[in-house]
Each structure stands twice: as C-alpha cells, then as structure tokens.
Design a binder for this molecule. Structure first.
Ligand SMILES: *Cc1c(COP(=O)(O)O)cnc(C)c1O
Length: 363
C-alpha cells in the first residue's frame, strides 16, 4: 500500500500519515470488532457515542482545554463558522473588528457583515498580503476581534494572538494543533479537519461556554451552538467518518509527543525549505521573512514558465500539488502535521536538481 504513494503537498484535503490511512481502512471494514464498518454504524450506537467521547477527551488533553470551554464537531467546514459565530454571539449593536490578511479573513468579514456592524482594524492588502499588518488598537471597548492565524493562500502566520479582546475569534483552519495553543486566549477557535486533523466533513470548534449560553435563540436550531452542545455533536446525523479520522489523527499526534512535537517537526520542515529558498538562485519566498508561515510555504521563480517547469520536474520525482492557489499563482508547499521530513527533503533535492538543469533566466 505504501509503495505507490507520492509526496503530497496539497493545501487541503491534505495528506494523511500512512498509519492513519491504514487504521481508517480497517475501520471501514469492521470498527473495533463489531462486525460493522464505521460508515454503517448508527450515530446512536454505543460504539459511536464512545468514539465521540474519546475524541473530545483527546482534544481536551492535547490542547489542555479549560473546563469553561465546549468542544464541538460541526459540519459545513470553516466556511460555516464564518457566519455561525456572528449569528450566535453578536448583538446587531455590537461592533466586530477584523484583521484582514488575505481572502479567508475577507470571506469571514463578508459573512459577519450580514449580522453585525464591522470594522477592519488592519489589512495587509497594501502590501499584497506579503506581510502581516501592524495592529493599532483603536478603542478599549473591542468586544469581538476576528483574525486568521495562518493565511493558507499567501503563506503568512501570526506567531501569537495579535490583540486582546473580550471575544477573540480565530480561524485556525490551517494551523490548529500544529503547535501549542493557549485556549483561554480565545472566545472561539475553529478549524476544518481536512488540513491538519483528518478528512473533510467536520470542523473542530472550541468555544467558551458563556458564549453558547448567551447565544441567539431566533436562528434555526442547526445553527445554534447550544443545540450541538446539548446533543454532544450528534443532534442530526453527523459525518461520523470524519470524527473517526479526527480520532485517529489525534492518537497519532499523541503518539508523536503532542503539540510540542508537532511544533518541532513543523519548525524543522519549514526551516529546511526556507533555507533552500533563501540560498537559491531561482526561487524567492513570497511572504516577508518575519511574517512567514511554518505550515504554508509560498515561493516562486518569478517566471510562470519556470514555475510550470519546476512543477513538472517535481511531479516526475513523485512530488505533487506544488502549484500556488489559483488566485495567487506561483508555488506553494503545505507542510501540515502529516507531511514528513522526508517529503521536504525530496522537495529540496528537486529544487537543487532544477537549479542544476536550468540556467537562469529560462530561455
Ligand atoms: C481552508 C480554509 C477555510 C475553508 O475551509 P472549508 O472547510 O472549505 O470551509 C477557511 N479558512 C482558512 C484559513 C482555510 O485555510
């Protein structure tokens, strides 16, 4: 099974550790010797109830989630949290402040505008999103601040929470559990699973209990956090397979040493790749060095034809999904939790091979 797998740098859905894929394969056939596969079990059966409990416990252990926070598994991806958060926790009179670091935070802003007054307090647009904007506090009464911790298209990442507020809302879709996190700094932090935590179908949402309590009642039940809290994320038929995949990814993270080990791995991988970019004649990084992400590495040769040729050479070496997002162009390597150091070493070797083969500029 392992022999024909390639090195996959996709931004999402992303590569999974092969051990995890093997566990998922077994679970599809027969979950925990029940004689029924994960896709065929009732979401009310004991084995699935236990799976959800075990998954929540692992999230709590790995991230040291305080007791006054709820852990929810919700469908609809991070894109659903863009509107679910403001629908629940915002009063129409509240002002929501946004830090814009690229298309994802812009999308979150557009959704929030349907339900609340919003203000952009910082934006990287003037720098073409190459660097994180400086954030100047405009008032002391900020109750709600939204930001994107890792910009998955441009490759910038906040090292820490950029500003304090009563309710900090963080779209951590592409870097949740890639490094230690202090949950008590957030009101809500969310991520879709298909980047660092398994497969598409659910978002992991960690939310302060008082925000659920105070939440709006005049919206559909499916959109109220309390509905999912009261039903332990099994209000309707949930994507059970995605919770299973999350469970097995969390076990894998724990086996490797938890979030400090993830941070160490991700630092090593990104340093290796950035060093190779910085010492290269051909490649340059897109993001400014002090704004660079440890999980989304954006770079380019500066020439479309040369980028294309590198993508082709990489593919011949078994390295795939290195093209930048369709809106930004260039090259991108996503170095999520499951990406191995060997994959990055192979990428660096391919970059070296490219430099040896082609004199610059490309003729
Ligand atoms: C991928 C991504 C999203 C969207 O996630 P979906 O699961 O497709 O809704 C949102 N924000 C960021 C930062 C992302 O990387």
């Amino acid at each position: 099974m392992t022999t024909d797998r390639v090195f996959n740098f996709s931004a999402g859905p992303a590569v999974l550790p092969v051990e995890v894929v093997q566990e998922l394969r077994e679970g599809v056939l027969d979950l925990d010797s029940t004689g029924i596969g994960i896709l065929e079990h009732s979401h009310r059966s004991d084995v699935i109830v236990e799976l959800f409990q075990d998954t929540e416990l692992r999230v709590r252990t790995i991230a040291d989630v305080p007791d006054d926070y709820e852990v929810l598994f919700l469908s609809g991806g991070a894109s659903t949290q863009f509107f679910m958060v403001p629908m629940n926790v915002v009063d129409t009179s509240d002002l929501c402040e946004f830090v814009i670091t690229g298309p994802w935070s812009q999308k979150a802003l557009v959704e929030a505008q349907r339900f609340a007054a919003t203000r952009v307090i910082a934006s990287g647009a003037d720098d073409a999103f190459r660097r994180l904007p400086e954030i100047h506090r405009q008032s002391d009464i900020t109750t709600y601040l939204h930001y994107t911790s890792n910009e998955t298209i441009y490759g910038t990442q906040f090292r820490s929470v950029p500003m304090q507020a009563e309710i900090v809302v963080c779209d951590a879709c592409s870097d949740l559990f890639t490094r230690p996190i202090s949950i008590s700094e957030y009101g809500v932090v969310y991520a879709s699973a298909q980047k660092n935590l398994g497969v598409a179908g659910i978002s992991l949402v960690i939310i302060r209990k008082d925000l659920i309590e105070a939440g709006c009642y005049s919206i559909p039940a499916m959109l109220q956090y309390r509905t999912h809290r009261d039903a332990n994320s099994r209000f309707n038929t949930p994507p059970v397979f995605a919770v299973f995949a999350l469970n097995r990814m969390l076990r894998w993270i724990q086996r490797l040493g938890g979030l400090p080990a993830m941070a160490q791995r991700n630092r090593e991988k990104s340093e290796l790749l950035y060093q190779s970019i910085d010492s290269s004649q051909w490649f340059t990084g897109f993001a400014d060095s002090d704004s660079r992400s440890q999980v989304t590495v954006t770079f380019t040769t500066g020439q479309n034809a040369a980028d294309d040729r590198f993508v082709k050479l990489a593919q011949q070496n078994g390295l795939v999904n290195l093209r930048g997002h369709r809106s930004s162009g260039g090259l991108r390597a996503s170095l999520y939790n499951s990406v191995s150091i060997e994959a990055v070493e192979a990428l660096v070797a391919a970059m070296g091979e490219f430099e040896d083969l082609y004199p610059k500029p490309l003729q």
